[in-house]
Write a protein that binds this ligand. Structure first.
Ligand code: 3PG
Length: 396
């Protein structure tokens, strides 16, 4: 794919730069600036080279209609703070209003256009809508890996209409992911956690053919245990999927991938902080009125030993109900092991997905992972082995 290094002289040119500003907000205030910080280097690089930078982004899911609660004007201030520059807000993405904005924007100026999803043509990837956006630009840069699983006008369509380049954040994501599952140093381990097997079936099916060790955690481990004949009591479990899970385990066997399930677990009769009924037991000793809420300490130790033999790790999903103490312990402990191994240089660790990043931040180790993706859905689709339309378009 073409990078900013290949872009040539951008002085005075209008660069349409797709970023992901779908930032978490509460009561009108941005609660996490990670995605804005991730795209700042690209914005500043282009602005410093004298381009007029027009930012394209979506926010929420307004379904093709203007909606004042999802206007990107709400993000303008936070973005200006992150960049340390003025950011002009333009309440349109096409037409004369955008043209006028370009007219008054100095070289090196930055403008944030309105939420692309206010127009139906965006999600429909309507060529006419893409053409109308492209008319106001000279160059297209995509720096929104986390939206690259959407084949929308601003993430895919534009790449066919203007010279197209990957921004620095997109480049970093693609390079890190290539290192993790494309051409990884072996052995490779994957940690897949989270509540439900059903949401990660495609991920599991793909991973068993790509990794040497598949570590299953979270509620989904219960479905795996049930498939192996373990009585998981009151635990969250998708009993209807046990035969699917058996097939995944067979495929893993055939591919030489070891599936790791816990052999001790943390159980409780109620799901609450530090419950009185909490105990640690072997998976075969879960009582009918108990539920599994985390992986046990012996299992975590065994998994740490597995990671010590590996060179590459891909992590998606927590191992336990990590938002409620003490069911965060397995996730925190294994994350610390992975971070320490990465810091000393023996492990390349890549993690992604909203919950995963919160869990690693909670463990205080995110900074020591080799790479943390800004993506949620796009990271999962990548883990499924799917081609992401926004990325594919940059290769054309
Ligand atoms: C995300 O938040 O993961 C991306 O911005 C994509 O958002 P979407 O799931 O609404 O397409």
């Amino acid at each position: 794919f073409r990078k900013l290094d290949d872009i040539g002289d951008v002085k005075g040119k209008v660069v349409l730069l797709r970023v992901d500003l779908n930032l978490p907000m509460q009561d009108g205030a941005v609660t996490d600036l990670t995605r804005a910080q991730a795209v700042a280097p690209t914005i500043l690089e282009l602005a410093d080279a004298g381009a007029k930078v027009l930012l394209l982004a979506h926010f929420g899911r307004p379904k093709g209609e203007r909606n004042s609660t999802m206007s990107l004007s709400m993000i303008q201030g936070a973005l200006a703070d992150v960049l340390g520059r003025e950011v002009m807000f333009v309440p349109e993405v096409t037409g004369d209003v955008v043209k006028q904005a370009i007219g008054i924007l100095p070289d090196g100026g930055i403008a944030l256009l309105e939420n692309t999803r206010f127009w139906k043509g965006e999600e429909a990837n309507d060529p006419e809508f893409a053409k109308a956006i492209a008319e106001n630009g000279d160059i297209y840069v995509n720096d929104a890996f986390s939206a690259a699983h959407r084949a929308h006008a601003s993430t895919e369509g534009l790449a066919h209409l203007l010279p197209a380049y990957a921004g620095r954040s997109m480049q970093k994501e693609l390079e890190a992911l290539q290192k993790a599952l494309g051409t990884p140093e072996k052995p490779v381990a994957a940690v897949v956690g989270g509540a439900k097997v059903s949401s990660k079936l495609d991920v599991l099916e793909h991973l068993v053919t790509r990794v040497d060790h598949l570590i299953i955690g979270g509620g989904m481990a219960n479905t795996f245990l049930a498939a192996r004949g373990v009585d998981v009591g009151k635990s969250l479990c998708e009993h209807e999927l046990t035969s699917t899970v058996e097939k995944i385990m067979d495929a893993a066997d055939a591919a030489g991938c070891t599936v790791h399930l816990p052999y001790d677990v943390v159980v409780s009769k109620e799901f609450a902080e530090n419950p009185a009924s909490l105990r640690i037991c072997n998976v075969h000793e879960v009582a009918a009125d108990e539920m599994i809420l985390d992986i046990g300490p012996q299992a975590v130790e065994a998994l740490a030993d597995v990671l010590k033999t590996c060179r590459t790790l891909v992590w998606n999903g927590p191992l336990g109900a990590f938002e409620t103490r003490p069911f965060d312990e397995a996730t925190v402990s294994l994350a610390k092991t992975a971070a320490a191994l990465s810091k000393e240089g023996s492990l390349i660790s890549v993690a992604g997905g909203g919950d995963t990043v919160s869990a690693l931040n909670h463990a205080g180790v995110a900074k020591d992972f080799t790479y943390i993706s800004t993506a949620g859905g796009a990271f999962l689709e990548w883990m499924e082995g799917k081609e992401l339309p926004g990325v594919v378009a940059l290769y054309i």
